[in-house]
Design a protein around this ligand. Structure first.
Ligand code: ATP
Ligand code: MG
Length: 349
């Protein structure tokens, strides 16, 4: 019997409405499996915690979370209570950084029955693997004066270690999907960093001869995400490019409420964190309108991460069948509640 210890942080707003259902689903799947058990440790970190204690989590918060095998998070932030920069840096970004979660994985897929801004595109089913620790989001540079004109210099930092780590993850993932990796580059415009990115991509690809590769410039790639999405399976991208591409993916899915994500620690020293892409959605709190699919799909990613792809596959099928039958929340055109969608998925397991 394997036990997976999850640190559960519902966080704020609709996090409290979508997390309990996802936990029920994980428990049910573990039961069905027979050789797996979940232990949930609940943490009330978030904006209400801040209002009471003056910090988003206690001093020893990270130490506590570190004892878990993974963090399962709902949503963090509520501008009506705490300014965003405090809530994000005090909890979410703190965990991502301290736990060295250097890779962000965001699948995107248009489910049968869900209306996408593209209509019902065939085969929109891809995963964006984003290097999440360096690249364009660096603090190297500054503002200064040059010949009396004010300028700002922003340097990107690409290390071979983090770059190849993200690429290796993408190649391994492609091995379990349709065997294709696309690299998002811009070596025709970005002089040093992107040719380096391309070199590392070539080098890493040599180790995976069974995986086919293409390399596309980010501008053209963004356009064909929309016009020819069937060409893509696993896309590996730098911090900035991955940020943009994965949001295009989420947009095409039909609602931010569907999109899942994983922040992965690869060196095994710290837990990884699984969280839906959406925020706390204060505008719909308490009305049964929250789409639970993002959180539930996030649970599927967690199962895959721990090697329970069979359970993950079963869960994805239950999500697909539920949506195909029109059981969905209003954000994607249905009239079912959070609980009804969750119950339907549970039933189909
Ligand atoms: P944050 O700063 O926490 O990211 P935000 O306001 O930028 O918050 P969201 O909280 O994700 O972003 O909300 C953006 C919009 O999407 C809101 O109108 C919200 O109601 C809607 N939304 C977000 N998540 C869901 C969901 N799970 N189901 C339905 N609608 C959602
Ligand atoms: Mg937001």
């Amino acid at each position: 019997m394997e036990t997976i210890r999850l640190a559960v942080i519902p966080g704020d707003g609709i996090g409290h409405e979508v997390v309990p259902g996802a936990l029920k689903i994980l428990e049910r799947l573990a039961e069905l499996h027979g050789g797996l058990k979940f232990e949930f440790e609940h943490y009330d970190y978030g904006c209400d915690y801040y209002l009471e204690h003056g910090e988003m989590m206690p001093e020893d918060g990270l130490e506590k979370l570190k004892e878990s095998d993974a963090v399962f998070l709902g949503a963090v932030g509520d501008v009506n209570k705490v300014p965003d920069h405090i809530s994000l840096w005090g909890l979410l970004i703190k965990i991502r950084r301290e736990f060295q979660q250097e890779i962000n994985v965001r699948p995107a897929k248009v489910f049968d029955g869900v209306r996408s801004p593209l209509g019902s595109p065939k085969d929109f089913d891809l995963v964006v693997v984003r290097e999440n620790s360096e690249g364009e989001y660096s603090s190297v540079g500054g503002r200064m004066f040059h010949e009396e004109h004010e300028i700002a210099i922003q340097s990107s930092v690409f290390s071979k270690r983090a770059t190849s780590q993200a690429m290796e993850y993408a190649f391994n993932l492609a091995g379990s999907r349709s065997g294709m990796v696309t690299s998002a580059t811009k070596s025709n415009g970005i002089y040093h960093a992107m040719p380096f990115w391309d070199d590392v991509f070539k080098e890493v690809s040599m180790e995976y001869p069974e995986v086919s590769t293409t390399s596309e410039h980010i501008d053209a790639l963004s356009a064909s995400f929309v016009t020819r999405p069937e060409r893509y399976d696993v896309v590996v991208a730098s911090n900035l490019f991955g940020d943009i591409l994965s949001d295009i993916g989420a947009g095409i899915m039909g609602s931010i409420g569907i999109a899942p994500s994983a922040n992965l620690n690869i060196n095994g020293k710290y837990p990884s964190m699984f969280e839906p892409v959406h925020g706390s959605a204060p505008d719909i709190v308490g009305r049964g309108l929250a789409n639970p699919v993002g959180q539930i799909w996030t649970a599927k990613m967690l199962l895959d991460h721990f090697g329970y792809e069979d359970l993950g596959g079963r869960l994805l099928k239950a999500i697909e069948d539920t949506l195909r039958e029109g059981i969905m929340t209003p954000d994607i055109g249905g009239n079912s509640s959070t609980e009804e969608v969750t119950a339907s998925i549970l039933e189909r397991l």
